[in-house]
Ligand binder design. Sequence first.
Ligand SMILES: Nc1ncnc2c1ncn2[C@@H]1O[C@H](COP(=O)(O)OP(=O)(O)OP(=O)(O)O)[C@@H](O)[C@H]1O
Ligand SMILES: C=C(C)CCOP(=O)(O)O
Length: 257
Amino acid sequence: MPDRIILKLGGSVITDKESGEAGVIRENILQEVARSLKEFADISLLLIHGAGSCGHPQAQQYKIQYGVSTENREGIYETHIAVSGLNELVVKTLRNEGIEAISVHPLEGMVASEGELTGYCLDHLNLMMSLGLVPVLHGDVVMDTKKGACIISGDQLVRVLAQQLGMKRIGLATDVAGLLDADGSVVRELRPSMAHTIRIGGSGSVDVTGGMKGKITELLRLADMGIESNIFHISRLKEFLSGADHGGTRIMPEDVA
Ligand SMILES: Nc1ncnc2c1ncn2[C@@H]1O[C@H](COP(=O)(O)OP(=O)(O)OP(=O)(O)O)[C@@H](O)[C@H]1O
Ligand SMILES: C=C(C)CCOP(=O)(O)O
């Protein structure tokens, strides 16, 4: 069986998150990514993407992260439709390159409690990958037993799916070279015991899931479970896919050399 890899494409990469304008998708970057992925057709891939400007502004406008009642329930549709539109374009672009991508929307099959995914069946993802399909999930709004609904980041999906599906390698491509320290240098290795020594911020743009801080929190939880993950700049995608040095940050379990 080929190695299974999870790749998250950051919303900051595939959308224009910084301009503050909602819904701007970087189609040229998506095409480049699709072409790169095509070169690695022998990899068994599960793709996750963030929302960027196609979901974060809507989630913030409807205050989804503070809970959902009949007052703001319209935000469930508005947020989901924004990120689903992005997902449709991601899948279409991959398929145009001959990659057997298929959309999987978390809202339709996952439930959370207090913002943490608690209810889901992943059998279909296993079966899809066994058939050589590339499931394409995304950060989404999902129903929540305590809060009505909540936002699940692509980073949380990375943690849950990496753990549950036994993925061999985990990579998060974003718009920075990796986790940066106070001098702007890339932190090449991060372990749970040293995380408190680095000042980690949110995102420079509208982001309801915590930006870099949210990402590192999820990946440190993976490290605590003995699973390594990687953050790198999108321009280093091929290095990550081929197993070469991607120049970014490896988030590692405490006792791994
Ligand atoms: N110490 C840090 N090192 C690197 N980036 C940082 C740091 N602190 C804050 N950031 C911000 O985190 C951003 C990356 O996180 P962000 O969540 O926006 O990325 P993403 O995963 O690509 O987007 P999305 O959440 O929409 O999928 C960077 O663009 C940077 O502005
Ligand atoms: C805002 C929505 C809909 C999902 C957020 O996912 P992320 O961009 O991975 O943080």
